[in-house]
Design a protein around this ligand. Structure first.
Ligand code: NAD
Ligand code: DAU
Length: 337
């Protein structure tokens, strides 16, 4: 089996590559990644000498490059992680989100059709369902909900989902889509809530909590997401969407307090700042479909997942320092002052 993993130098993509090569040592994986600010070749150090792994630098929006790669490599399966993934950046500049998340997905779909891949899997997000009210804990995202997006990021991801389903219906391309809740774990870029708070708390910097910190996210350890994608590409039904989430809802402020406790830092570091524009209130996944059809269940609970994650950031200061020395410093100044 030869798999194209796009965006494999990013957070979930690199964890997926480690997961798959660990579980299926005979599979071949080619990673296509543009190495944007969020991509880091160091995150793939553990597989760079594996004979079944190959890295190609390039953009999924580069039609010619994508076509040549598909012609040469003859992929069986494509898993598309490549994306601009940060909501706050999409509020600053939506256009690169359209270029990568929509046009890039279109390029991959076109090549998958032309070269008859056996499965195209689109890694999507629960954000395509918009949000749920805070006072209705009985409501959850199910796969049949209409797409109602809030940010340019989620609108671009929803567009990519619709294109993916259109390629299935119109051209018979064998596609699947997963819509996962918020991931956390090793190698996550420190612009996202959990690594941002870990990194800033270690430096005794103020922890910027948007609004009152009462927005709710449904957290999933990254390996559980990787396991779900593995199950979907092997056994998922073509043309179907699968929600992925582990019923692990937390208010943002609860997450921040957990991090402070584990790092033994004072709550005085918390700083309530201006809310995110269009801020989604609550995400909560109903994972019954993937659980009933494919037997997927999360394995890592939030407490042990957070311990592992915090320890990883404490043990990998070199990885963090390299990021901090790049455009990250300028981004932090711009967003947080
Ligand atoms: P990330 O930002 O950490 O990584 C994205 C990767 O894509 C980077 O390596 C980057 O260099 C690469 N990339 C960006 N533009 C590219 C292009 N034009 N061509 C090739 N590569 C390009 O993102 P992540 O958090 O790992 O998310 C991966 C995927 O999972 C995304 O599609 C995201 O929408 C989805 N997702 C993320 C979460 C989450 O909580 N992080 C949850 C659900 C779904
Ligand atoms: O739900 C899946 C999505 O989760 C993915 O599709 C996205 O790629 C991923 O970035 C994530 O989106 P969120 O917007 O939920 O994640 P983020 O880490 O940016 O924020 C989580 C929550 O924390 C959100 O309610 C905003 C809040 N927050 C975030 C930052 C960066 C803060 O309070 N302060 C911050 O500085």
């Amino acid at each position: 089996m030869k798999i194209l993993v796009t965006g494999g130098a990013g957070f979930i993509g690199c964890n997926f590559i480690y997961y798959m090569l660990g579980r299926y040592p005979d599979y071949e994986i080619v990673c296509l990644d543009a190495l944007t600010y969020a991509g880091n070749l160091k995150s793939l150090d553990g597989v760079k000498n594996n004979k079944n792994f190959k890295f190609v630098k390039g953009s999924i929006s580069d039609k010619e490059l994508v076509d040549t790669l598909f012609a040469e490599e003859k992929f069986d399966v494509v898993v598309n992680f490549a994306a601009e993934s940060h909501v706050d950046r999409s509020i600053e500049n939506p256009f690169i989100f359209l270029e990568t998340n929509v046009m890039g997905t279109a390029c991959l779909l076109e090549a998958s059709k032309k070269y008859s891949v056996k499965r195209y899997h689109q890694v999507s997000t629960d954000e395509v369902y918009g949000d749920l009210p805070l006072d209705r804990p009985d409501l959850f995202f199910t796969e049949d909900l209409p797409l109602t997006t809030s940010s340019p990021y989620s609108a671009s991801k929803a567009s990519a989902d619709l294109l993916t389903l259109a390629f299935h219906r119109t051209y018979g391309l064998p596609v699947t889509i997963s819509r996962c809740s918020n991931n956390y774990g090793p190698y996550q870029f420190p612009e996202k809530l959990i690594p941002l708070m870990i990194v800033r708390a270690q430096e005794n910097e103020a922890l910027p909590v948007y609004g009152e910190g009462l927005n709710v996210r449904d957290w999933l350890y990254v390996d559980d997401h990787c396991k779900a994608i593995d199950m979907i590409i092997h056994n998922g039904r073509v043309g179907e969407v699968y929600n992925v989430g582990g019923h692990n809802e937390r208010q943002n402020i609860q997450v921040v307090r957990t991090i402070l406790r584990q790092l033994d830092k004072p709550e005085t570091l918390i700083s309530y700042v201006k809310d995110r524009a269009g801020h989604d209130l609550r995400y909560a996944i109903d994972p019954s479909k993937i659980s009933n059809e494919l037997g997927w269940e999360p394995e890592t609970d939030f407490d042990s997942g957070m311990k592992k994650t915090i320890q990883w950031y404490l043990d990998n200061t070199e990885w963090i320092e390299e990021i901090k020395s790049g455009e990250y410093a300028e981004y932090s100044r711009r967003i947080y002052g």
